[in-house]
Design a protein around this ligand. Structure first.
Ligand code: GDP
Length: 160
């Protein structure tokens, strides 16, 4: 079992149909350990995307992530990191629309910045990103990745 951080980007939260479709997809594929609507500050967004600092899209991306609330989730599944990235589709929306039109980005991405969602790309990234977005999440005790265990059923969260 692996956990990953998923973010639904601000424009998705303004599209109730898209939001409900994506939540249903998540519910069918993952155990949801945590879920919350969160306003990501510019500072937090810059920390989150620090690896992209200096790239031409960095300011655009971090400003967009701060432009309205995101929906953040900690998801768990077998090979959960890869599974969520598969469902998201390619980073570039043009590619997503033409090569994976049924992916989340293929359906709900508007541009490379507004590409609908985020997913951790490794176990280390998942732990780092969860600590930024869910600082209250008890990593040592609860995290299967840290403990090599499956989270107990009681940890499951209902999607609102
Ligand atoms: P991801 O793991 O698929 O989200 O992709 P990356 O980690 O490479 O990039 C992080 C985010 O930066 C992406 O989700 C995009 O929103 C944005 N991004 C990446 N490449 C580009 C680009 O060439 N142009 C723009 N505008 N945004 C980009």
């Amino acid at each position: 079992m692996e956990i990953t951080l998923a973010l639904l980007k601000p424009h998705v939260l303004r599209n109730t149909y898209a939001l409900n479709q994506i939540k249903a997809l998540i519910g069918n594929n993952f155990k949801v350990l945590e879920a919350k609507e969160v306003q990501i500050t510019k500072e937090l967004s810059e920390r989150f995307y620090a690896e992209h600092k200096g790239k031409f899209f960095y300011h655009r991306l971090t400003s967009f992530m701060n432009s309205g609330p995101c929906y953040a989730l900690i998801l768990q599944a077998d090979a959960g990191i890869q599974k969520w990235r598969q469902l998201m589709g390619p980073t570039k929306v043009f590619q997503a629309v033409y090569t994976e039109p049924q992916s989340i980005r293929g359906m709900y991405g508007l541009s490379d910045t507004r590409n609908a969602c985020h997913g951790s790309d490794s176990k280390a990234s998942a732990l780092r990103e969860i600590s930024i977005i869910f600082p209250e999440y008890k990593m040592e005790k609860d995290t299967p990745q840290a403990e090599g265990q499956v989270a107990p059923q009681s940890q499951q969260t209902k999607l609102k």
